[in-house]
Write a protein that binds this ligand. Structure first.
Ligand SMILES: [Zn+2]
Ligand SMILES: [Zn+2]
Length: 308
């Protein structure tokens, strides 16, 4: 089912192909930036890879990996069910014949999923109970590609409902308009657009490597630097650049931040004045328990969720 081909891109970042392309890109950047240290010491700094923050990312990657199969299966099931219901609701008989617009179909599903991720992410910043869950991602004080997976399991489970429901809706409408089963164009088993636009650069979004795009391109695509800004404690960076792949949504909905050459970024949780907050997630146990306790206190009216 084509939805799986979009969902698959979320885990494809650490695939051998993507890691190789990322390293090749880093080699080019190392030669351009000339940071004054050896290549490996620059790409894998001990400061990052020996930090408590990095090892919590690894533990969450393993923990979420165990329940990840369950999440992916449900993502596919919910999206497929929604797509068929929408198509039926619009008066289309299923099963549909193959229609043969794979590139168009890939684009529709990619746009729908990327837009859904924008709003899903934004709600996690704007609603206190959801912020309590998402703050775990932002408590990372060092960024590495593994930080992509630093999420509470509730973030993934809620995503099954919201993202797959939205993608299923778009898929159902596409099936109705095309009047056929939508077959999606792929590259290495992933949605064509997601695969191309994530190749190499997606792994740098969570990293110490500051890669900006020209201003016009940062209106269209989220650069690694733009996502690093999203993790900054500085108040002028708060609640900006929610986009996953496309910056277009941030531009359209007024949350875009274009990076500057001379930004100084400190990662982690900060208060409204930009002062770093104490680390609420020093251990895996704290990372799993604290967000739920905080969300519960918000929902029961006893707390604010510590919204930054
Ligand atoms: Zn965020
Ligand atoms: Zn992030």
């Amino acid at each position: 089912m084509l939805v799986r081909l979009y969902a698959g891109h979320l885990g494809v970042r650490l695939s051998p192909l993507n890691i190789m392309v990322t390293l090749a890109l880093c080699l080019v950047l190392w030669r351009v930036f000339r940071p004054g240290s050896g290549f490996l010491a620059w790409v894998f700094p001990a400061r990052v890879y020996r930090s408590q923050s990095f090892w919590l990312d690894v533990k969450l990657l393993l923990f979420n990996g165990i329940i990840g199969l369950f999440i992916t299966l449900n993502y596919v099931a919910v999206a497929t069910f929604t797509a068929v219901m929408v198509a039926k609701g619009l008066g289309v008989e299923t099963p549909l014949p193959d229609a043969g617009f794979p590139v168009l179909s890939a684009l529709v599903v990619f746009l729908a999923a990327d837009l859904a991720i924008y709003w899903y992410h934004r709600w996690h910043h704007e609603l206190s109970a959801l912020w309590a869950i998402h703050a775990l991602h932002h408590s990372a004080e060092e960024l590495s590609p593994v930080t992509t997976f630093r999420h509470h399991p509730i973030y993934g489970l809620l995503g099954v409902v919201v993202l797959s429901g939205f993608v299923g809706l778009a898929q159902g409408i596409a099936m109705t308009l095309i009047l056929g089963s939508v077959d999606v164009a792929t590259l290495a088993g992933t949605n064509l657009f997601a695969a191309i636009l994530n190749l190499g650069t997606a792994n740098l979004r969570h990293s110490h490597i500051w890669l900006r795009y020209p201003g016009w391109l940062e209106h269209v695509l989220i650069s690694p630097a733009q996502h690093q800004v999203h993790h900054s404690v500085d108040p002028r960076h708060h609640d900006r650049n929610y986009g996953e792949v496309l910056a277009l949504w941030d531009w359209l909905f007024g949350t875009l931040y274009i990076t500057r050459k001379d930004e100084t970024i400190r990662f982690g949780l900060g208060d409204s004045a930009g002062a770093p907050l104490p680390q609420p997630h020093p251990t895996l146990r704290a990372a799993l328990v604290e967000p739920v306790a905080k969300a519960w206190s918000v929902l029961s009216g006893n707390g604010s969720g510590g919204k930054k």
